[in-house]
Design a protein around this ligand. Structure first.
Ligand code: F6P
Length: 357
């Protein structure tokens, strides 16, 4: 008999349900007796004993469903060791729930912060298996996270739609893509959508270079320009500041986001008409794309196999089309960023796309 709990934590994304379905189906199909418990609203549910017993039918019909049937919440890793507002020890509370439910394993689906807490719980002696979720694709130890490709498709669709209107009106359009710390989503959607300029956090931009690229297009008779800008894009000047100095500077920042700042600078210097589009959380919504359904089913099946073999303390990663268990201790605290000197950046630059550097 195996008692396994599922938990989805952090920002949601497509294919969370598809992944849980993959784990559940594989467990139910095994020769073991299995009981699955759904922990509600991420780590919050584990702290405050919010859970529900699941049945096989709960995992039917959810392959294509976005969001998470268990709900999610953000519980920052840095606050895990701090007591809650009533003085409760959160880590102890999570361990107590785990023990009270007599769990054999906790399956944790989440991004970077979530995997850090998963590692903490593993170090505290709980049996944990992690699964890599995020539209940002920034989890160390896996080539791909589920949710990423679906978000790329949505952001690309957005840039595609902008193309026709940008062309008709002869305007400069900025599409702001999610990703505060890393630029994978902006990079892929920017390439797929045919953006002329791509700005990501890993490559700080020089506004002169951005404006130069727009003017070059104008001189060549192009009626419009499209910029794919990550939420976390940063100028060279700001990147040179310390974290503290940058935070201080942002206090007097009149713009709702970086795209508006870049837009205002372009308008002032070129006189061109600017429009800004922020697809925002639509990038995390809706049905997972076919690719995500495939990898999440595979990752889910592999997670179940680890549980059946009682191999705990791993996140199931995906490398060169193979499923690879990666120790949570190796994953925790690292970020997979875009390398400015990588082959993909060099190839894209050779197409003439400007990164503002
Ligand atoms: O980590 C996923 C992500 O969608 C980021 O790309 C984005 O910056 C952030 O979450 C938004 O967080 P929230 O949903 O809490 O506003």
């Amino acid at each position: 008999m195996k008692r396994v709990a599922f938990l989805t934590s952090g920002g949601d994304c497509q294919a969370l349900n598809a992944t849980m379905r993959g784990v559940a189906k594989t467990l139910y199909n095994s020769s073991e007796d299995v009981e699955i418990i759904g922990i509600l609203e991420g780590y919050k549910g584990l702290m405050y004993e919010k859970y529900t017993k699941m049945k096989p039918s709960d995992f039917s019909g959810i392959l294509t469903e976005g969001g998470t049937i268990l709900g999610s919440s953000r519980q920052p890793f840095k606050k895990m060791r701090q007591p809650d507002e009533n003085g409760m020890d959160k880590v102890l509370a999570m361990k107590n729930t785990y023990n009270k439910l007599k769990l054999d394993c906790l399956v944790i689906l989440g991004g970077n912060g979530t995997q850090k807490t998963a590692n903490l719980l593993s170090e505290e002696g709980l049996n944990v298996v992690g699964l890599p979720k995020t539209i940002d694709n920034d989890i160390w130890g896996t080539d791909m996270t589920f949710g990423f490709q679906s978000a790329v498709d949505i952001a690309t669709d957005c840039i595609d739609c902008i193309h026709t209107t940008a062309y008709s009106h002869g305007r400069v359009f900025i599409v702001e893509v999610m990703g505060h710390k890393v630029g994978w989503l902006t990079l892929h959607a920017g390439i797929a959508g045919g953006a002329d300029i791509i700005l990501i956090p890993e490559i700080p931009y020089d506004i002169d270079s951005v404006i130069g690229a727009i003017e070059k297009r104008t001189e060549a008779g192009k009626r419009f320009s499209i910029l794919a800008v990550a939420e976390g894009a940063i100028s060279k000047e700001d990147a040179a500041l310390s974290k503290k100095e940058y935070k201080e500077k942002l206090k007097n920042n009149p713009y709702p986001s970086i795209s508006y700042k870049i837009g205002a600078e372009i308008q002032e210097r070129t006189g061109q008409e600017i429009r800004i589009t922020v697809p925002g959380h639509t990038q995390r919504g809706g049905s997972p794309c076919a690719y995500d359904r495939v990898i999440s089913s595979r990752l889910g099946a592999a997670a179940a196999k680890l549980i059946l073999k009682e191999k705990y303390g791993y996140m199931v990663g995906f490398r060169a089309d193979e499923i690879v268990p990666v120790p949570l201790s190796e994953v925790a605290g690292k970020l997979k960023m875009v390398d400015p000197n990588s082959s993909i950046i060099k190839e894209v630059k050779s197409l003439g796309i400007c990164f503002g550097d």
